[in-house]
Every structure is written in structure tokens, then in C-alpha cells.
Design a protein around this ligand. Structure first.
Ligand SMILES: [Zn+2]
Ligand SMILES: [Zn+2]
Length: 283
């Protein structure tokens, strides 16, 4: 599959991950991917019970370990192993934009990913009871509004991660995020993304979670078609399909199914970045 899985996590670098670099590489080989990236967590605002925040990658050590191992997917030959890129998932909050901008300016990541993991200081995985207290429509429009703000502040982060992250953990059976939940906020987000040449990530971990945790069939768990149509209407040309893999076997999971669905909506160009430059394949 001529796809680069742009979002994966490793044990030792992300506290919630359980796969080594070797295991991730083997998984990408098995799936026949064109390439994959590591993009561990950089979430500055996790204070909780830790003396040292484990959600913040030691960036110099990350570069020492992985920078020289990069292999550009665009230069890959048939017999080569999958390409390998170095990325970072920047957890944006209203407080940390400046610090994250500095990371973007200071380090030669192939690209960084902008993500929103917190709502009023709570993360949906551990503190859902503080988040899912109101109608999903209100929550989702707030979240997309925050993501729009993150895209604006982190203009150098070229991939916008899992817009639907908060739908993964909602207690409601019908938690899938739709365009109707937040039309104005989606429009603002997509306009900013066009301006900054940012790419929307289709996160198969969310698709998998919706399918497993709720009543959705796999097809129903796919991203809302209206969101993607609007993305295109407002200038969105490329997508990236990412597994957000945390453990063995998740890398590339549901990628063929997601691509088939996106093809049916007219999306055929799937992007990644090498040394901050956009590349894409037609699938
Ligand atoms: Zn994330
Ligand atoms: Zn992630």
C-alpha cells in the first residue's frame, strides 16, 4: 500500500505506548506500507502526580536515537524497508502555544502534528466524568473551536490530529462527531488549514474505538462524509491516514478500509512531509 502512516507511538517515549521501534518497523513491513513515522507525545500541561512529566519527550535524546535512521519514503525502492520519518505530537492548550512554536522553530522534525487532548484541563480518557457532562453538540463545537485555535497558533505544524479524539471516549452510544455538531467551528478550522497548508488526519484509532465501543458498524464508524466534503469545499485537497498506533499490530490497522471509504468520497491523495516538505501518493 502506497501509504505513509504518519502517527505512531513507542514505549520508552510515550507512557501509554507498548511497542518498540523494532516491533513497529516489523508491523509496517508486514502491512507493506510505503513508510511510517514516530510521533511521540509532547504534552506540557500534564501536572498531576508526576515529579517529572513523562508526557514530554526528551527531544535531544529523541534526535540522537532516531534522526540518523530516517529513510525518505519518496526515495524508497521496491526492495527497501518502509520509509521512516521523525515527528512529534504537540499537545496544544490555550497556555502553551508559545512554547510549542519554539519547538517547531528549533528542531528539524520532518513535521509536527498539532493535537488537542484536554478540555478544561481534563483528558477524556482518565477524566471523562468532568467532560461528558453536557450535550455532545456543545462539547464538540467547543473542541473544534479549540482545534481551530491550535491550527492557527501552530501554523508550522502541518498535520491536524484526530479532530474526533473526544468522540472515542464519550459514554453516549452515538458519539460520532458530525459536521452538524459544529458547522461554524469546522469552517473556521478548515479556512485556517487552507491558509497554513495543513493536512487533516484521518485517525483509524478513533474509527476502531467507535466501532468497538458503540453500536456503529465499521462503515458507520468512518468519519462523517459532510465534514470531509466541507473540508474539500474549503480547499482541503490532501488527507493523511494514521493509525495512532500504541501497541503491536495497530500500525496500519484499518488503513485499507479507511482509504476505500475516502476514495468513495473522491479523496485519492494521501500526504506526508519529509524535511517539512509535502509529498503525497495517489492511492
Ligand atoms: Zn493524540
Ligand atoms: Zn497520538
Amino acid at each position: 500500500m502506497k501509504l505513509v502512516d504518519t502517527h505512531n507511538h513507542l514505549t520508552g517515549w510515550s507512557p501509554d505506548a507498548e511497542q518498540t521501534f523494532g516491533q513497529l518497523t516489523a508491523s509496517a513491513c508486514e502491512r507493506g506500507l510505503l513508510g511510517f513515522a514516530v510521533s511521540d507525545h509532547f504534552d506540557l500541561d500534564v501536572t498531576a502526580e508526576f515529579e517529572e512529566n513523562p508526557w514530554v519527550v526528551d527531544i535531544p535524546a529523541y534526535f540522537d536515537t532516531f534522526y540518523e535512521r530516517r529513510r525518505m519514503p519518496s526515495r524508497r525502492k521496491e526492495s527497501d524497508p518502509p520509509g521512516f520519518l521523525l515527528s512529534l505530537e504537540l499537545g496544544w492548550t490555550r497556555q502553551n502555544g508559545k512554547q510549542l512554536q519554539e519547538i517547531n522553530a528549533s528542531y528539524p522534525f520532518d513535521y509536527t502534528i498539532a493535537a488537542v487532548h484536554f478540555y478544561n484541563g481534563y483528558d477524556p480518557y482518565s477524566n471523562g466524568e468532568h467532560i461528558y457532562t453536557e450535550k455532545l453538540g456543545r462539547l464538540y463545537s467547543d473542541i473544534i473551536g479549540l482545534i481551530a485555535q491550535s491550527a492557527e497558533e501552530l501554523a508550522e505544524s502541518r498535520i491536524i490530529a484526530h479532530y474526533d479524539f473526544f468522540s472515542r471516549y464519550a459514554p453516549q452510544m452515538e458519539s460520532k462527531m458530525t459536521y452538524r455538531h459544529a458547522p461554524d467551528e469546522f469552517d473556521a478550522l478548515f479556512r485556517t488549514m487552507r491558509e497554513n497548508e495543513q493536512i487533516l488526519e484521518i485517525n483509524t484509532r478513533t474509527i476502531d474505538a467507535l466501532h468497538r465501543r458503540t453500536c456503529y458498524s465499521l462503515e458507520e464508524a468512518m468519519p462523517d462524509a459532510d465534514i470531509l466534503r466541507r473540508y474539500r469545499e474549503l480547499g482541503g485537497r490532501f488527507l493523511t491516514v494514521a493509525s495512532d498506533a500504541h501497541s503491536i499490530g495497530q500500525n496500519g490497522h484499518l488503513a485499507p478500509e479507511a482509504v476505500a471509504y475516502l476514495n468513495s468520497l473522491g479523496f485519492h491523495e494521501f500526504a506526508w512531509f519529509e524535511d517539512k516538505k509535502l509529498h503525497y501518493s495517489r492511492v
